[in-house]
Unconditional design. Structure first.
Lengths: 308, 210
């Protein structure tokens, strides 16, 4: 029993390492693509790794209280926890992590958990921009969670299961079985929510580099910041894997995973470089209007057409 | 907040009212030793040199030379240079030309909030000897007396090419472990503070901005 669990933890550590490295590399790759669009060369591929090391090697750090310490810890616990219950490679014993029945709910909970922990930590830093960033981030999160939750409910009705592994299994056997083709309404709602989740323009209201410098992490520095940066790459890649599993047929190998997640990421990037930032009210109203309507429609679609 | 107990290690914070004194730390900063193993310190220095985050605080006319650094022509991103809007996260402070007394106060606050090791580049001739403002009533002449400077780039104004060259020179110096301005500041803390208080008449901030 113990040997089995240790093996599982070892496997998960390997998955964590690969996903984290992939997240950091894909971040640098995207930065370079944006730089090419702007006629620049851009950062080296090693830059995200060096940034994390640099922050880790800072000599000093000041604290603003216990919650300030715990904020980044909660954040990365949210990131790791989300990954822990997502089967990364379908059909692989090594990379299926702790996926069990009902993991879909757990994953959605974990995605929320990190953000709330960060909100408490950044709130204790006492910086006004942090507080504004949190207010914006949490309200946007509430807004995009609505279409996302509706889309998830829709595919739960469609596949009649709460297990991500079973959802992926149901999509095997050809591209025509992917959720994006069988239940395109839910995918549309979820992809619109995905734009808000990634935090690129037009939904980068909580980081907003030119208005509220960088929002919640304004006061975080040194090792706290290197934890946050690690989580940013990890959580970003994890969300991509989740979307790939739910809507794009999952992956049976790392190559397939990388191609699929990169293409999903590019949706947010292409929209991000093409559109300017929304105001806070515009961003939140956006999610409560069309994406929410599409989300409700997707449930009706799943119930009336797909399951009948 | 960090509160130290022994009176030797505390700062007076005389510029603050009694009520404000409770809000700020009065601990005296301490110099930091490098890592005991040389290979670790060298590795850390390599990481520091290749990830220079510049504090986006334009302190004089030279700040205009910082903008083109990020554009397609000079693209300082290639060297690991990035702008950072908050002093907590940045490691390089570019003093963009002349520093008036009013700005000096903000420079001190920002500099002390930066986390060590931190590096200061003084841009233009004004921080060296006052430049064209040498006899101005509200501009300081020798910047080095108030904040330790690691690298000077002289000229009026130096072009972005020179700034890029200066940044690469700074990287070389950091890799060799020669940029220890943060420790110099703390070792000679009383001297720097006395100089600062000599020019800043209305000292209404803590003695060290943690």
């Amino acid at each position: 029993m113990i040997a089995e669990w240790l093996g599982k933890v070892g496997n998960f550590s390997l998955t964590l390492l690969i996903v984290l490295t992939y997240g950091l590399l894909v971040g640098a790759f995207i930065e370079r693509i944006i730089a090419k669009v702007q006629g620049r060369i851009g950062i080296p591929y090693s830059q995200p790794f060096i940034n994390i090391l640099k922050n880790f090697f800072k000599r000093t750090a000041v604290s603003h209280g216990i919650m300030f310490y715990l904020g980044p810890v909660f954040r990365i616990a949210g990131g790791i926890g989300t990954l822990a219950f997502i089967p990364v490679i379908y059909g692989s014993e090594t990379f299926s992590n702790f996926s069990t029945a009902g993991d879909l709910f757990l994953v959605i909970y974990f995605m929320f958990f990190g953000q709330l922990g960060m909100a408490l930590g950044a709130g204790e830093s006492g910086h006004p921009y942090s507080a504004i960033g949190i207010a914006r981030g949490l309200s946007q999160m509430t807004a995009y969670e609505v279409p996302f939750a509706l889309a998830v409910i829709s595919i739960v009705i469609q596949y009649d299961t709460l297990s991500i592994t079973e959802i992926v299994a149901a999509q095997q056997g050809g591209w025509e079985n992917w959720t994006v083709f069988t239940n395109w309404v839910a995918t549309l709602a979820a992809m619109l929510a995905f734009l808000g989740m990634t935090g690129y323009s037009p939904f980068d209201i909580f980081l907003a580099p030119q208005e509220i410098p960088i929002g919640p992490p304004t006061e975080f520095h040194s090792a706290y910041l290197s934890l946050l940066q690690t989580n940013r790459a990890l959580f970003g890649a994890t969300k991509l894997v989740l979307f790939m599993n739910l809507f794009f047929g999952g992956a049976t190998g790392w190559g397939e995973l990388m191609i699929k997640t990169f293409l999903i990421y590019m949706v947010a990037i292409v929209i991000g470089v093409a559109f300017p930032r929304f105001r806070v009210d515009q961003a939140i109203r956006f999610f409560f209007k069309i994406p929410t309507l599409i989300g409700i429609l997707s449930i009706v679609y799943a119930q009336m057409i797909l399951t009948s | 907040m960090i509160k130290s107990l022994s009176t030797e290690d505390t700062l007076e914070n005389a510029g603050l009212t009694e009520e404000e004194q409770l809000l700020f730390s009065n601990a005296r900063p301490k110099p930091y030793e490098p890592y005991p193993i040389k290979a670790v310190e060298d590795f850390a220095n390599w990481a520091r040199a290749n990830s220079l985050w510049i504090l986006a605080f334009g302190t004089g006319c030279g700040a205009i030379e910082l903008r083109p650094l990020m554009t397609a022509r000079f693209d300082a991103n290639r060297f690991g240079v990035a702008g950072r809007p908050t002093p907590r996260q940045s490691s390089v402070f570019v003093i963009g030309g002349y520093a008036s007394v009013k700005t000096l106060k903000r420079i001190i606050r920002s500099y002390e909030q930066m986390q060590g090791p931190k590096f200061v580049i003084a841009l233009g001739i004004c921080p060296v000897n006052g430049g064209m403002y040498f006899d101005s009533y509200n501009t300081i002449n020798q910047f080095d007396q108030y904040i330790p400077v690691d690298l000077y780039i002289t000229g009026c104004m130096p072009r972005p090419e020179v700034l890029v060259a200066g940044i690469m020179e700074l990287q070389k110096m950091i890799k060799q472990g020669r940029c220890d301005g943060a420790n110099r500041y703390i070792e000679n803390f009383d001297w720097y503070k006395a100089n600062q208080k000599k020019v800043i008449k209305k000292w209404d901030m803590p003695d060290y901005n943690w």
